[in-house]
Design a protein around this ligand. Sequence first.
Ligand SMILES: [Zn+2]
Ligand SMILES: [Zn+2]
Length: 230
Amino acid sequence: MTTHDEIQSQSPSPTIEDYLWLIFTLERDGEEVIGARLAELLEVSPPTVTVTLKRMVRDGWVEMDPNKHIQLTREGTEAAKTVLRRHMLVEWLLVEMLAVPWSRLHHEAHQLEHYISDDVEERLTKQLGERSVCPHGNPIPGNEDFVKSWGTLLDAPLDTPLIIRRIHEHAESRMSLMSFLEEYHILPGSQAMIREKLPFNDTLSLEVNDQTVVLGYRNARQIYVEVAGG
Ligand SMILES: [Zn+2]
Ligand SMILES: [Zn+2]
């Protein structure tokens, strides 16, 4: 066995797992995966990302081309799917069994996801039953088709009944946004209607739960909806 194989047979550290699932979601969404984007999403400095990525290349989790584009290896993809799946199962566990508020699920699950064994994952899956998405509507790996038909709130039609379906993974870690969405019931399953879009202002007015809420385009891009009855 080479040293390379020995390293790869070990589980990734929590830090590496965070990079793995983030890269996985970017690849899944067809986004360009470069260090600067990871630094932005992880809220760390670009040099920190560079150091970690070098370690990940060395350990066989990712490959980097001469243009510094990052791609998961087969092993990296498998490890990313595992941590993301465990994260989402823990989110369900926290909301259904411990009644943790929706806005805090991601944050709490983010701590626990790294310490779930194969056995506990199997028991969780059995206990929770078949799930396609996490409590924020994001697809559990392997269920990407389930969410395909939902478009972003930004692209949704005006004055048309909509159902909120999904808040993107990259928004889940923004605590103040999540509390705001929870407070105004902008949650999966809620009914909503766009009343106005102001492109010069990058905002839209959303009617939800008998209230009108103003959302920025940046946030509206991370919320996915379905036309009610459509
Ligand atoms: Zn989450
Ligand atoms: Zn989630």
